[in-house]
Design a protein around this ligand. Structure first.
Ligand code: TXA
Ligand code: MG
Length: 349
């Protein structure tokens, strides 16, 4: 298929292109679009055929459920069977924004969209292009991240094109996304709410609204036989083609250890890479040394991480070492994605 391209900004929506995208969605087609977190690949959430097409275009296993995106708070009831009081409190505090809630699903919502589950993930994004598109498409748009399965989520339309050109009906370029990591997922179907995926809405922020919550150990889940709560967490994600190892310890020991490994790898003829920060980039001597941002500005790191992972692929890095990040607040979300990319390979020095 020939993919249609359109470009716009949040301040200047292109009405004709949004209308076109809405028609495509209502007819069962697929449109990639920007959100504040990462680009999404949208289809009509109430059309099982659209959801099947999403799985096919991404090469994604069909037991991995999709997030339903809405553009008005009152539509939460259109996807969820009932809306508990906690959901309304969370919506009041964080919507529109980078938070996804898991709730019992309405029976009309096809199982193709929820990966066979009785629950549904719902998110109300703040990006204005996303909101206009959801509205034009009928109000309920199922959208996973707009990458081929296993690749980092796209933070630029260029990466949607790389992964999905010819596989989707339309790609809307809205520039670089603001946040760069996928939404926080909180499960409200259990007695005690649980974080299934850390993100910008931190555990601390959620606790201020909800009181006690549980943080699911997604790292441990990967090794367990039981099905993890967020089915997506069991798949290897964001994996760069090279072998990635995360290294934790004090600044100088980490740099010395990584430089030693890089030297050994280079002697074996391998192309080496290091993921570090502005504060530390001068300490490394690998072939490809990439800073992801400033250590004291975690948001900058979140924004650039997926782009840097993709660049290592483009530049053919074979052995990659990454500094580790603080496991609290936003650092927890960064570290979660980095460890997934590394297949949980973590070395303490
Ligand atoms: O920021 C985001 O959330 C982006 C943008 C496009 O909105 N979307 C996104 O979707 O990251 P995706 O499909 O890449 O990740 C959705 C995650 C998966 O890990 C999936 O297993 C989980 O949400 N999920 C979806 N529905 C669920 C459900 N009913 N119960 C538990 N986990 C669910
Ligand atoms: Mg994804």
């Amino acid at each position: 298929m020939e993919t249609i391209y359109a470009a716009m900004t949040e301040d200047r929506l292109e009405e004709a292109a949004i209308r076109r995208a809405g028609e495509i969605l209502r007819a069962g087609g697929l449109v990639a679009f920007p959100t504040e977190t990462v680009y999404g690949l949208g289809g009509d959430a109430f059309n099982p055929e659209s959801s099947r097409k999403i799985y096919a275009a991404k090469g994604r296993p069909s037991d991995n459920p999709l997030i339903v995106h809405i553009c008005r708070l009152e539509d939460l009831e259109g996807a969820a069977l009932y809306v508990p009081e906690e959901a309304l409190r969370l919506a009041g505090a964080f919507w529109p924004g980078p938070l996804t809630m898991i709730l019992p699903k309405r029976p009309e919502l096809p199982r193709e969209t929820t990966g066979g589950l009785d629950t549904v993930a719902v998110r109300f994004p703040s990006n204005k292009i996303a909101q206009a598109l959801i509205s034009a498409g009928g109000g309920f748009i199922a959208a996973p991240s707009a990458n081929r399965s296993g690749r980092p989520s796209p933070t630029l339309a260029r990466y949607c094109r790389e992964d999905l050109d010819g596989r989707v009906d339309m790609i809307i370029d809205g520039g670089q996304v603001g946040l760069g990591l996928e939404s926080t997922i909180v499960d409200l179907t259990e007695e005690i709410p649980a974080i299934l995926r850390p993100g910008f809405v931190t555990r601390e922020a959620l606790e201020r609204v909800l009181g006690e919550i549980r943080a699911e150990s997604t790292a441990a889940d990967a090794d367990r036989d039981t099905a993890p709560k967020a089915p997506g967490m069991k798949y290897r994600h964001y994996a760069p083609k090279g072998k990635l190892t995360v290294v934790d310890g004090d600044r100088d020991s980490v740099a010395a250890w990584i430089n030693g490994r890089v030297r050994a790898a280079a002697e074996r003829g391998l192309r080496t890479g290091v993921i570090c920060t502005e504060e530390t980039k001068n300490l490394y001597r690998a072939e490809l040394v990439k800073s992801v941002g400033f250590r004291d500005d975690e948001a900058s790191i979140a924004r650039e991480l997926f782009r840097v992972l993709r660049e290592f692929d483009d530049e053919g890095a074979e052995e990659i070492y990454a500094e580790s990040f603080d496991g609290s607040g936003l650092g927890a979300a960064v570290m979660n994605r980095l460890l997934k990319a590394a297949g949980q390979r973590l070395v303490r020095v």
